[in-house]
Design a protein around this ligand. Structure first.
Ligand SMILES: NC(=O)c1ccc[n+]([C@@H]2O[C@H](COP(=O)([O-])OP(=O)(O)OC[C@H]3O[C@@H](n4cnc5c(N)ncnc54)[C@H](OP(=O)(O)O)[C@@H]3O)[C@@H](O)[C@H]2O)c1
Length: 216
């Protein structure tokens, strides 16, 4: 598969891009928003394209042109205000869904957040963030794309264990290393039986990624 990673310069995005670059069955294109980031990827032999989620859908569709799948791993981050959450995590994600449809991409994997589908379990302090994730996920489900919505718990920067837990509902507040989220994204790309057109919560667990996905 030819895969566009959106937010490729981010922490999950970078690890996902590198895993795909080493994968025999996939080709990767990194979508970034700054010239120096573009050159960094190109220097590593990774195809890269410049586009901004605050820009027009046509620019995003051009970035996705010729791709079979999009992995959306972008986000406004915890240091910006609610305005950027709206512009990136909500509108940016939905524009990318529209762009993927426009470009004829078939598959779309969204990095969402644990329990984004369950209002009663949203963290009160960042309710606006969950609103953005919830409605971006909903727009993806209602699109024509073959979707997978991956909803990880609190993200850690420590090394991955390769052991995860997945289910439609994992309501406890727990964590997972970003590296393991990247592994699940890559493994889900072709996991037709268990991951096509569905969403799941994701935490650190006891099973290998393949075995965990088989339990869905
Ligand atoms: N933090 C948590 O505990 C947690 C839990 C569950 C889910 N998540 C979600 O997981 C995802 C990935 O998290 P992460 O920590 O890996 O993210 P991250 O390191 O903050 O990376 C986000 C990426 O999005 C890019 N981006 C921001 N605005 C953009 C724009 N206008 N156009 C194009 N790209 C843009 C950033 O670009 P630059 O590099 O140029 O800044 C950055 O590379 C996010 O969607 C986040 O909401 C987070």
């Amino acid at each position: 598969m030819k895969v566009l990673v959106v937010g490729a310069n981010g922490q999950i995005g970078k690890q996902t891009t590198e895993m795909l670059q080493e994968h025999n069955d996939h080709h990767v294109r990194a979508m970034v928003r700054k010239e120096d980031q573009l050159n960094e990827f190109k220097d590593k032999g990774i195809e890269a394209v410049l586009a901004d989620l605050e820009g027009p859908v046509d620019q995003l569709a051009q970035a996705a042109d010729g791709c079979d799948a999009v992995i959306f791993a972008a986000g406004s981050g915890g240091k910006t205000g609610a305005d950027k959450t709206l512009l990136i995590d909500l509108d940016g994600a939905i524009k990318m869904v529209e762009a993927a449809e426009k470009a004829g991409v078939e598959r779309f994997l969204m990095v969402s957040a644990l329990q984004a589908h369950n209002r009663e379990n949203w963290n009160e302090k960042i309710r606006h963030y969950y609103v953005a994730k919830h409605y971006a996920d909903k727009a993806l489900v209602e699109s024509s794309l073959n979707h997978t919505i991956v909803r990880p718990g609190g993200l850690l920067n420590e090394e991955g264990t390769g052991k995860v837990r997945v289910a439609e509902n994992l309501p406890e507040r727990a964590t997972i290393p970003r590296e393991d989220v990247a592994r699940v994204l890559v493994a889900s790309l072709n996991e037709e039986k268990k991951t096509f057109n569905r969403g799941f919560d994701l935490l650190s667990g006891e099973y290998s990624v393949e075995k965990a996905l088989s339990t869905l």
